[in-house]
Write a protein that binds this ligand. Structure first.
Ligand code: GUN
Length: 286
């Protein structure tokens, strides 16, 4: 029997609806959640991503602003804008779209964002909070993957989980979240000699590499849960993930499609993080 699909579109819709209800309540109490998205330059993919983020915010009843700057914006000017947004009480979340032009030190920019407004969860204070299990903002993609596991009743406790990819944005925080949920976690990456040796034992596999066909059917334990974070194009130009979907769905128990899997959840978690930032500013959340 082929794997069941984890429908990211449906789950994200439910989450957005719950966020919109709470946003309306908070707005009625005098605090409308506000997200400012900062885009530097004119990278076409980034322009699409930020337009989605701003539209999602508007539909959820948030105040959202897209700030566009030319590619040549000096780093000092960007840092000055972030300082102003940090000081603006109507702005609860600040998102600086990555990648930034080469002359700007992205890490320096991320560290300039107030951790309380860092709804991407990229600031070292939030990354550190995740390491030690304190409240903070968790990066949207791994947080969305955990919601997907929850939605199918998959409790990672006692399970074997493999995360393929070790980025600061997905792989590392994903591994920490699974560990926090009491899975036994292995992180594999480009220097892992025999990937299949690890994945074949795994009850949960999360693939976040950015390359097609990293995970094939022969590498998957029957019944495993497979979460595909990848977003690539195949030879026909169609969107595809990092997983050989057609093959793996014949072996796995559950699988996320691309498109319609992790992507919409990432967007929905940005709303959830921004709502929480606004609730915290009003003294209503930790
Ligand atoms: N570029 C691609 N994905 C992301 C993301 O989640 N956050 C930011 N800030 N930039 C990105």
């Amino acid at each position: 029997m082929p794997a069941q699909l984890i429908d990211g579109n449906a789950l994200a819709r439910q989450l957005r609806e719950r966020v919109a209800v709470r946003a309306a309540e908070l707005t009625a109490r005098g605090t409308q959640p506000g997200l400012t998205v900062v885009l530097v330059g004119d990278d076409p993919a980034s322009q699409v991503y930020v337009s989605h983020k701003v539209k999602d915010c508007q539909e959820a009843g948030f105040a959202s602003v897209l700030e566009r700057h030319p590619a040549g914006l000096p780093e000092a000017a960007l840092l000055a804008r972030i300082a102003a947004l940090n000081a603006d009480p109507a702005v609860h979340g600040i998102l600086v779209q990555l990648p930034l032009p080469g002359h700007i030190d992205a890490q320096r920019v991320i560290e300039a964002i107030s951790p309380a407004k860092d709804v991407d969860g990229f600031h070292v204070a939030n990354a550190g909070a995740l390491v030690v299990g304190r409240p903070g903002f968790v990066p949207c993609t791994p947080a969305g993957c955990m919601e997907m596991l929850k939605s199918i009743g998959c409790d990672p406790r006692g399970k074997t989980a493999v995360v393929i990819g070790r980025s600061n944005i997905v792989g590392k925080p994903m591994a920490l979240l699974l560990l926090q949920a009491s899975a036994t976690v292995t992180v594999c990456h480009s220097a892992t000699p025999d990937l299949a040796r690890h994945t074949r034992d795994a009850d949960i596999v999360v693939v976040a590499v950015g390359r097609r066909n990293v995970l094939t059917a022969d590498m998957v334990k029957p019944g495993a849960v497979v979460i595909d974070v990848g977003m690539n194009r195949n030879d026909e130009g169609k969107l595809c993930g990092d997983v050989d979907f057609a093959g793996v769905r014949e072996v796995a128990g559950w699988i996320t499609p691309v498109p319609g899997g992790v992507g919409p959840m990432t967007r929905a978690l940005l709303l959830a993080n921004t709502l929480r930032a606004a609730e915290r500013s009003a003294g209503l959340a930790d």
